[in-house]
Design a protein around this ligand. Structure first.
Ligand code: FMN
Length: 213
């Protein structure tokens, strides 16, 4: 794609507006509402979200994960605790998420502090997964350098030989919950005059403010 094509890209957002009175007073309920609408619109992987973490030296990094639970406590996802994100979250629990549902012209940003899920919660989710997913996540040394795909097959065969179908969750894999203290709901509008509403948690109360686009 040429740089002319990038410069010429001018999508007009006109599907929806967003007013303060449209918003739920609780941003977790508002996010749940927008997620349901993304599901209804057949968005591919509607719960896919970009997760940003920060290393001990202050360098940020981002990658996609799947949101697996949205509850009053926060937003949960599952991963390898020894991966890059796992190591960064260990050193610095501050994290941010960003959803983008193009067809709905909507973005949601979430910021807060991440905590590990209780082992029983991670066990419950691990047990609910298909065997192939359990085997893949238990055997893959996520984010480490490997020599070939065959090495992955070798890790899998090794685990299969050891545990067979009785594979339980290894301690290096499990869930995290982002406990949010800031949300932003962004709705694309014509001529770049987008609607943005920020929720900040101040002394236990969510305060709403409109932000300039
Ligand atoms: C749509 C999508 C969903 C993903 N979901 C997850 C997930 O839920 N958990 C996970 O560990 N990696 C998931 N990944 C892979 C991550 O983006 C990433 O490659 C991996 O977690 C390693 O990241 P890290 O090296 O920064 O720790 C997903 C990737 C995509 C594209």
């Amino acid at each position: 794609m040429s740089s002319d094509a990038f410069l010429g890209s001018r999508l007009e957002y006109a599907r929806h507006g967003l007013r303060e009175k449209d918003l739920s007073p609780n941003p977790l309920d508002q996010l749940s509402r927008w997620l349901e609408e993304a599901v209804t619109e057949n968005v591919l992987e509607p719960t896919a979200v970009c997760l940003s973490t920060v290393s001990a030296s202050g360098r940020p990094s981002s990658r996609m994960v799947l949101l697996r639970e949205l509850s009053p406590k926060g937003l949960s996802f599952f991963t390898n605790y020894t991966s890059q994100k796992g190591r960064e979250l260990e050193a610095n629990p501050n994290a941010a998420m960003c959803f983008w549902w193009g067809i709905l012209e909507r973005q949601v940003r979430v910021e807060g502090v991440v905590e590990k899920l209780a082992p029983e919660e991670s066990d419950r989710y691990f047990e609910s997964r298909p065997f192939a997913s359990r085997l893949a996540s238990a055997s893959s040394p996520q984010s480490q350098v490997i020599q070939s795909r065959e090495e992955l097959d070798h890790f899998q065969s090794h685990l299969l030989a050891e545990f067979g179908q009785n594979l339980t969750r290894p301690p290096h894999w499990g869930g995290y919950r982002l406990v949010p203290d800031r949300f932003e709901f962004w709705q694309g509008r014509p001529a770049r005059l987008h609607d943005r509403f920020e929720f900040r948690l101040i002394e236990g109360i969510w305060k709403i403010a409109r932000l300039a686009p």
